[in-house]
Structures are given as structure tokens and as C-alpha cells.
Ligand binder design. Structure first.
Ligand SMILES: [Zn+2]
Length: 456
């Protein structure tokens, strides 16, 4: 169990990693991306209408250097370009031209071996696996590596993704439009952030679907076919189920527990409306991500122990906590992950009871699911966790225990009030200062300062 949980926890860290961007009133860049998939390769036809602005006069884009460009045109004239690292420098015949229309044709290899070469260009990526997975599902984790893009905080983007009719797209942002032609599905998105992640998946690969309605929200679960599923670990022995009735009851637990979590967060944090929440199973090992219009999860999340304690309700919690934190600011992982995981445990307490909750906290204190030896850490150390040297135990054990200590000192009502005051409707990306301001406003500053004196 340890292994699986450790891996799971590892991955939970990634779901809220986002680079903050500011909205500015400028012309939207329009991407029309036509994607075909054959022989483990994505065939891309891309049309980009971009506009130069005061902030962006340079003629370059980020683009993975391992992707071979087969055809490229700039304003209907063959594009001249040079490449260096992950930058594509374009030669513009008319420097004064403000509008750029680029057409590109290229392939993205997705087979394991071929995609490894592309992965090499991913030293800055949080994931080791950018696109590839299997023949049915492709997760495009870093937009900027696969499509010409620029990280300059100045633009907004309209993206049309067109795929064959047998595929469907789930993306980080809700689609603003979707239409179908005889043989294609086309999805339109708008985004302002500096990344845009999406999953292309074959649509007919989910034999088991669950749909439940909770208040006004539809929860749609897409489960992959499976001959057996891990149910639990009893006396350190894995227990598998193969029977379709048993599996169906496992799916029911997932669906009902998720619906319950939604109610809990809505009641205890604040009310959010979702028309539809999609949950999509992938074969991407250890991956669970809340992508704001859907939740991606893999099969390691689907055994009872994980379902009970962590997986789905943790990801659902990220609709409230974790997605709008200032990227890599001090306390980033505490504010995005530890707090969310602690909220998740409060939800756990609501249905599993006080003793189960206390035991779960003890597991965190003792680093029960960790493979590394026990250690103590200060609050300062937790707050200083950075991407590069991130210790998962720091965030999912120590950080959670600090949140718990604080909650114990001030009481659950006050704690939840501070969470609401900090995270609800921010007009900017949240920092530790915002959290501390809420603590001061709620008269808990002195108690909060005590955390800095503890080693847990
Ligand atoms: Zn998380």
C-alpha cells in the first residue's frame, strides 16, 4: 500500500501548478488546431492569428525543438525560421506588420520511444510525460511545447481543437462552444493562463459510465474497461475483484462519495455551481489532476483505502482551494496542497467519524504511508518548499499536521472562516500574506504565530 499511496501523493502535487497571468484588454490570439491521430502519432495542422503588441515585438515563439516542422507559412509566404533550444525564431519580411498569420504542419510522436526524445526537451516540465500514453488517450500537458506559444502575460487565447469524430476532448477550461460535422468534433476554448492542458480520448472506450445528479450538478464518471480491480489491502495482501457486480458497487462508492464531498465543500466552504463535473479514467500511472472542468484519475485511485482517504475528495477539494495561488510564492504548496488535504480530512471526519479522523491525523504525524524515515520539520520549512526540492512528506504530512494544529487551537468554525476569507473570490493570485491577513482579521494572529515555534 505504501508504494501506491506514495506515488499517488506524489502526483497530487501537480494539479494546481499554474503560472499566474494577468488579463489585459487586447486582441485574442486565435489558434485553430486540427488534430488527427494515427500510428501513435498526432498529425497537427495549425493556424495561428497572432497580434504584435507594445509588449511583444520580438518574432519568436516557444516550440519544442524535437518536433519537426513539415510545412510552415507566414502570411501565405513560406516561413523562414531558425531554432534554438525551445525557441522558434521567425523571420518576418515586413517588420511593421502587426498581424501574423502562421500556418504549420507537423507531427507529434506519441509512442513511448519516440516521445522519450521529446521528453528530453522537458527539463522545465513538472511531468516526465508530456503527451504520450496509449493509443486511446493523449494528455497534452504543456501547451507551449506542442504549439507555438509565448509566455508574456499579455495575451488571451481562443483555441479551436478539431479531432476525428471517434475522439473527444476534455480541457482545462470549459468549452465555450462545441460542434460536430459529419466526421469531426470541434471544441472552442478561451484561456488567459500561461498553460492550457487537455486530454484527447477515444470516446467509445468507457464501457462503464455512472451518472448521478446532485442538486443541480451532474457528475459523470467514465471508467475504463477492466478485468479486475484492486479493492483493498488486507494484511498487506492485495485483494482484487473480478466480478462485474462487485466492480459496479466500487464505482457506486466512488460516485456517491464524490457527490457527498461536493455537498460538504459547498456547505462548509462556499457554494459553487457546476452544471456538469466529468471524471475521466486514464491509464496514466499515478495521475490525478483537477483540471477545473474535469478530473483525471488513474486506476491506482480506485481501491477502497485510497477512495476513503484521499483521492477523489482531495481532487474535488481543489475546485475550492489550490488553483489560484501565486505560482511558487512562499507557502505555495502549503496553501494549495496541505490546506486542501486538511479540508479533505475534515470531510473524511464528517462521514467516517472522529476516531477515523484522529487515526488519519496520526498517520500523517507518523508519516505512515511514507517510505522515508521519520523526521520533524518546522512551519518555516514547510512554507519554504519549492518545486525543485519538493518533499512530498513536507506537504502531505507535515503541512497537513500544521494545518490541523492551527485548527485545533482556534476551532473548526474559525478555521473554515479563515479559509473562506482567504480563498473565496480573490481578485488576484493568493499569497501567504492574504492567508495571514485573514488570520489577523479573525483575531487568530497570536495563535498562528505559535506554529512558527513548533517542530512537528
Ligand atoms: Zn492536490
Amino acid at each position: 500500500m505504501k508504494k501506491i499511496l506514495t506515488f499517488l501523493i506524489l502526483v497530487l502535487a501537480f494539479n494546481s501548478i499554474k503560472v499566474s497571468a494577468q488579463k489585459t484588454e487586447i486582441k485574442s490570439w486565435n489558434y485553430n488546431i486540427n488534430i488527427d491521430y494515427k500510428d501513435s502519432t498526432l498529425f497537427i495542422n495549425l493556424n495561428l492569428e497572432a497580434y504584435k503588441t507594445e509588449n511583444w515585438k520580438r518574432n519568436y515563439f516557444l516550440f519544442n525543438r524535437y518536433i519537426k516542422i513539415e510545412k510552415a507559412f507566414l502570411n501565405n509566404i513560406p516561413l523562414k525560421y531558425t531554432r534554438s533550444n525551445d525557441t522558434l525564431y521567425i523571420e518576418s519580411s515586413n517588420e511593421n506588420e502587426n498581424e501574423i498569420n502562421i500556418y504549420m504542419q507537423y507531427k507529434i510522436p506519441c509512442s513511448y520511444n519516440e516521445s522519450l526524445k521529446i521528453t528530453k526537451a522537458f527539463s522545465d516540465s513538472t511531468f516526465a510525460y508530456p503527451v504520450q500514453f496509449d493509443s486511446d488517450q493523449i494528455f497534452c500537458e504543456r501547451y507551449s511545447k506542442y504549439f507555438p506559444f509565448i509566455y508574456d502575460n499579455f495575451s488571451n487565447y481562443t483555441v479551436n481543437i478539431t479531432v476525428p469524430k471517434t475522439y473527444q476532448v476534455y480541457a482545462e477550461h470549459n468549452e465555450i462552444n462545441n460542434k460536430s460535422t459529419e466526421d469531426r468534433n470541434c471544441y472552442t476554448y478561451k484561456f488567459f493562463d500561461e498553460d492550457f492542458r487537455f486530454l484527447i480520448t477515444k470516446s467509445n472506450i468507457f464501457p462503464s459510465k455512472k451518472l448521478i445528479k446532485n442538486n443541480n450538478t451532474y457528475l459523470k464518471f467514465n471508467f475504463l474497461p477492466s478485468k479486475k480491480r484492486l479493492l483493498s489491502y488486507l494484511n498487506k495482501k492485495p485483494k482484487y475483484i473480478t466480478d462485474s457486480i462487485q466492480m459496479d458497487s466500487l464505482y457506486n462508492v466512488i460516485a456517491n462519495r464524490s457527490a457527498q464531498a461536493l455537498i460538504w465543500y459547498n456547505t462548509n466552504l462556499w457554494e459553487q455551481r457546476f452544471d456538469t463535473l466529468n471524471f475521466v479514467e486514464t491509464k496514466i500511472p499515478g495521475l490525478a489532476v483537477n483540471l477545473h472542468s474535469f478530473i483525471l484519475f488513474d486506476r491506482s485511485l480506485m481501491n477502497m483505502e485510497v477512495i476513503d482517504n484521499y483521492a477523489f475528495s482531495h481532487e474535488i477539494g481543489h475546485f475550492w482551494v489550490g488553483y489560484n495561488i501565486k505560482y511558487l510564492s512562499k507557502g505555495f504548496y502549503f496553501l494549495s496542497e496541505s490546506i486542501n488535504e486538511y479540508n479533505n480530512l475534515l470531510f473524511y471526519e464528517s462521514w467516517a467519524g472522529e476516531t477515523a479522523f484522529e487515526n488519519a491525523i496520526k498517520d500523517k504525524i507518523n508519516m505512515h504511508y511514507s517510505d522515508i524515515p521519520f523526521f520533524k520539520a518546522s512551519f518555516e520549512q514547510v512554507l519554504n518548499q519549492k518545486n525543485g526540492d519538493l518533499k512530498y512528506e513536507m506537504i502531505y504530512c507535515k503541512g497537513v499536521v500544521f494545518a490541523h494544529k492551527f485548527c485545533k487551537m482556534i476551532g473548526k468554525e474559525k478555521y473554515l472562516k479563515i479559509i473562506r476569507d482567504t480563498y473565496r473570490n480573490p481578485n488576484h493570485y493568493i499569497t501567504l500574506t492574504d492567508f495571514e491577513e485573514s488570520i489577523k482579521k479573525n483575531g487568530c494572529w497570536n495563535k498562528y504565530r505559535k506554529l512558527y515555534k513548533l517542530k512537528l
